[in-house]
Design a protein around this ligand. Structure first.
Ligand code: SAH
Length: 312
């Protein structure tokens, strides 16, 4: 876990249930007497994460319709800390903070997780995009439950599911970074299989009866797109080349490490340079890929023009 991640220690269930009494009925005792929840039960996982958002980030009303993906917060937070380090590279080692730093979250989901965490931890402002209007409405409801968030968090509907940046990035608009947790699977069947595997890993057995459709939630279209992660990020890279001046850094999570080499090759062909940044949570290895069409000198000019003036 990133050293700035707020979730290094065991969950403090006494504090969490004080903050959100609705979590109480979901708390269980482990064989060694520790308080915990049933991580195989989607309702328990959602309630725990809601309590974490409230107690650790001061975000009230973090809830979304049943069936939507419930993001595990510690892992999502690591991507943002990695992004903060990336921006610090161009800023003499200091993380630029405050609303002048603008990020574009592609596929923000019903939970609006990245804009919320990024705003609370670094004060950045965000534009979140979605192709799913119900997810976007849910994200908007969370924003409006928290007074003052609406000035920093804006949501935009992507009307064409075939597009990623085009249609949501406005002419002349500039972002300091873009981020994305792309749909991973290549088909709905593959997405369902992935969930079944997770369920088995949690020791729930494989009988169709004992297994919910997707134990961590998630509508089919959230979890898959034609061609899966590789095709989605390929599209993102080719659109970024057409809108090269719109962001200092374009980034995406890459769940499958084997996708890095072909994507880096595409980035270099498009005339950008790339970095991949590794992240570790427990046994799990993940990474994000970052690319920029600006060289170091151009990024310095970007910093002076956009960040220094704003005291970021
Ligand atoms: N950011 C959230 C959700 C990730 S799931 C999280 O990390 O938990 C991927 C999301 O991307 C889904 O909500 C899906 O609806 C959305 N999506 C898929 N294609 C998209 C596109 N072209 N533009 C914007 N969002 C898209």
């Amino acid at each position: 876990m990133h050293p700035r991640n707020r979730h290094q220690d065991r969950y403090d269930f006494t504090q969490l249930t004080r903050e959100l009494p609705a979590l109480k009925p979901f708390v269980v005792r482990t064989p060694d007497g520790q308080a915990s929840i049933d991580f195989g039960d989607p309702n328990s996982v959602r309630m725990l994460n809601r309590a974490l958002m409230q107690s650790q980030y001061g975000i009230a009303g973090w809830q979304f319709p049943a069936g939507y993906l419930c993001p595990p917060i510690p892992g999502r937070a690591d991507y943002l800390h990695g992004l903060a380090d990336l921006l610090a590279q161009d800023n003499g080692g200091t993380i630029p903070r405050g609303r002048a730093i603008r990020a574009l979250d592609i596929g923000t989901g019903a939970s609006c997780i990245y804009p919320l965490l990024g705003h609370v931890d670094y004060g950045w402002s965000f534009v979140g995009t979605e192709i799913d209007s119900a997810a976007l409405a849910s994200a908007a409801a969370i924003v409006s439950s928290n007074p003052g968030l609406d000035v920093a968090l804006e949501l935009r509907l992507q009307n064409d599911p075939g597009l990623i940046l085009k249609g949501v990035v406005q002419a002349g608009e500039r972002f300091d970074l873009t981020l994305c947790n792309p749909p991973f699977h290549a088909s709905a069947a593959e997405a369902a299989q992935g969930s079944a595997r997770k369920w088995q890993n949690l020791g729930r057995g494989s009988s169709a009866k004992s297994r919910p459709a997707r134990n961590f939630g998630g509508h089919a279209h959230e979890l898959w797109c034609r061609g899966g992660e590789l095709a989605f990020v390929r599209r993102l890279i080719s659109e970024s080349a057409e809108l090269a001046a719109s962001a200092c850094w374009f980034t995406s999570l890459i769940a499958n490490g084997a996708h890095l080499a072909p994507l880096k090759q595409q980035i270099h062909k498009a005339g950008a340079h790339s970095q991949s940044i590794a992240m570790t949570q427990g046994q799990k290895q993940s990474r994000f890929l970052a690319w920029s069409f600006l060289d170091a000198g151009q990024r310095q000019a970007w910093r002076v023009e956009r960040w220094s003036a704003a005291g970021a």
